[in-house]
Design a protein around this ligand. Structure first.
Ligand SMILES: NC(=O)C1=CN([C@@H]2O[C@H](COP(=O)(O)OP(=O)(O)OC[C@H]3O[C@@H](n4cnc5c(N)ncnc54)[C@H](O)[C@@H]3O)[C@@H](O)[C@H]2O)[C@@H](O)CC1
Ligand SMILES: Nc1ncnc2c1ncn2[C@@H]1O[C@H](COP(=O)(O)OP(=O)(O)O)[C@@H](O)[C@H]1O
Ligand SMILES: [K+]
Length: 472
């Protein structure tokens, strides 16, 4: 599990660590890790040209000490001080003693620029002087120390000039900004340097491969299809026939024992949708019956309210997707049952009356507020999908190529999450595992290129088999 802690949690853990470590030891650990990461990035240290951009606090201190380590190994290290009278004394002395230079303006070229402007003590966007300097050096490779300066650490908010890093070297633990967009986009690759901090449970996490393997449902030796769980799909309509097929294809990934498909309207009206579903998935059973979870909404059009009411009449977990999201409140909400809502930013904006740009600008806060408001798990789908529990916990999915942003991918995901719910996972696990498997299946189906929603669905069984082979 990748764990991200808030600034307040990190401060508390650092204070406890300061009390039992010699003065400056933690900063030296951070600086050593940073210098190693910089050396790995540079490939060669001797003769490398390094620019440090240093602010007023300990983030600058880490940066100066790391610069000193590189200078001692033969790098040419220049340093711009943004707050010369508040610079970390020990760090600056170490850099100078190692042969590093303080410059007023950067030279013509560097192999890397290091952002030591602010870390967890930062607030708000870069101030004008720093913004102008960083802007003039945007062609350089940037390494952010702890966090990219100018980006919100706890919320991942980006509301003004900031550093856009290629690599972020962070200390002690991840922070929410490293996982949650839009901030995560400014971090580039994130590398964690362990400081040996004693940390509390993390409010924001990202499942890793072995976590997903441990959570995947597996049939007991004496399983039969009903003990593995039946997932019911109420999706598709005369106008959106394919959505029914794709929703069923996600549900029929093999993680549950059986799929029931229940189209809207009479059997005659639904005949074309049924024909498509049966042609693609002859194993799906058409018609109502007992299920352990419902998936409702993709391509449901005008029938969505009727379909959602029918699903909610059963006291089983439910995935509310696509068109069903906009009728959730008129249908009485999820009424306390385990449920996953799966909006993208546009859908969440409509559900909550907030402009889409505001949802996209605060994905962590938007998903959390929606989970509290609707009283269930909310999965805000995007590049880094945010799965929020009503109690405030969050899991972020960081796998999945941008090719996954393709029509119908959401239908497959809804079906997949439904299968996991039917198999007995909690709503929180089903949503976070489903989102991870969905992203990884897209990468497996076509590692570096375009992928269709149907191909993502077809790759799910092989992806799960690989996870189970590797084991937790
Ligand atoms: N002290 C230590 O031994 C350790 C320090 N660490 C480092 O210390 C950092 C936190 O240090 P600090 O608490 O000193 O805080 P920072 O160095 O993150 O920044 C605080 C300073 O920046 C100024 N500032 C805040 N927002 C600004 C903005 N938008 N533009 C310009 N200036 C701004 C503040 O006035 C303050 O003086 C961590 O991010 C990490 O890099 C960690 O490595 C752990 C060990
Ligand atoms: N830039 C991106 N990188 C990775 N995955 C993405 C990106 N944009 C969207 N996705 C994923 O693609 C899927 C799109 O689903 P959705 O928006 O519901 O599309 P549709 O309604 O057409 O099925 C979601 O799983 C989402 O997380
Ligand atoms: K920084």
């Amino acid at each position: 599990m990748r764990r991200a802690h808030t600034v307040e949690q990190v401060r508390t853990a650092e204070e406890a660590a300061f009390a039992v470590t010699p003065d400056g030891a933690l900063m030296q650990r951070a600086a050593a890790g940073l210098a190693t990461a910089l050396a790995d990035l540079l490939g060669h240290v001797y003769g490398a040209r390094v620019l440090l951009v240093v602010g007023a606090g300990n983030n600058g201190g880490d940066t100066l000490h790391a610069g000193a380590r590189l200078a001692r190994r033969g790098a040419a290290v220049d340093c711009v001080l943004l707050s010369p009278d508040r610079t970390h004394h020990g760090g600056l002395a170490a850099l100078r003693a190692a042969g590093g230079r303080v410059v007023q303006t950067p030279g013509p070229s560097y192999d890397v620029a290091v952002d030591g402007i602010v870390g967890i003590g930062g607030s708000g966007p870069l101030r004008p002087e720093a913004a102008a300097l960083v802007g003039s050096l945007s062609h350089l490779t940037w390494v952010a120390v702890d966090t990219p300066s100018g980006v919100g650490v706890d919320g991942g908010l980006v509301d003004g000039p900031h550093v856009a890093a290629d690599l972020t070297v962070t200390f002690g633990t991840h922070k929410p900004v490293h996982l949650v967009d839009p901030g995560a986009r400014a971090c580039g690759v994130v590398h964690l340097v362990d400081l040996g901090l004693d940390l509390p449970p993390a409010p924001v996490e990202a499942l890793q491969e072995h976590d997903v393997a441990a959570l995947l449902p597996q049939p007991a030796p004496a399983a039969h299809k009903y003990t593995r769980g039946v997932v019911g799909v109420r999706a598709g309509s005369a106008d959106y026939r394919g959505a029914g097929v794709l929703s069923v294809s996600g549900a029929a990934c093999g993680l549950a024992g059986m799929v029931r498909f229940v189209p809207a309207g009479s059997l005659e009206e639904a005949a074309p949708v049924i024909a498509l579903v049966q042609a693609a998935h002859p194993e799906a059973v058409v018609g109502t019956g007992r299920v352990q979870a419902w998936v409702v909404g993709s391509g449901g059009g005008d029938s969505s309210a009727e379909q959602l009411r029918a699903a909610l009449a059963d006291d089983v977990p439910v995935v509310v997707d696509a068109d069903a999201l906009s009728v959730l409140e008129e249908c009485g909400g999820v009424a306390g049952r385990p449920a996953v809502l799966t909006p993208h930013a546009g859908e969440l904006a409509r559900m909550t009356g907030v402009p889409r740009e505001e949802v996209e600008a605060d994905q962590l806060g938007s998903a959390r507020r929606a989970a509290a408001r609707f009283g269930c798990v909310v999965m805000l789908k995007s590049r880094h999908t945010v799965v929020a529990h009503p109690d405030g916990r969050v899991r972020v999915t960081t796998v999945g190529p941008p090719w996954l942003a393709t029509a119908g991918a959401g239908d497959v995901l809804g079906g997949l999450v439904g299968a996991l719910l039917a198999a007995g996972l909690s709503a929180y696990d089903a949503a976070s595992v489903g989102s991870w498997v969905h992203g990884a299946a897209a990468a497996l189906a076509r590692p570096e290129g375009p992928v269709s929603a149907a191909e993502v669905a077809r790759a799910i069984p092989e992806l799960c088999a690989r996870l189970l082979r590797e084991g937790p």
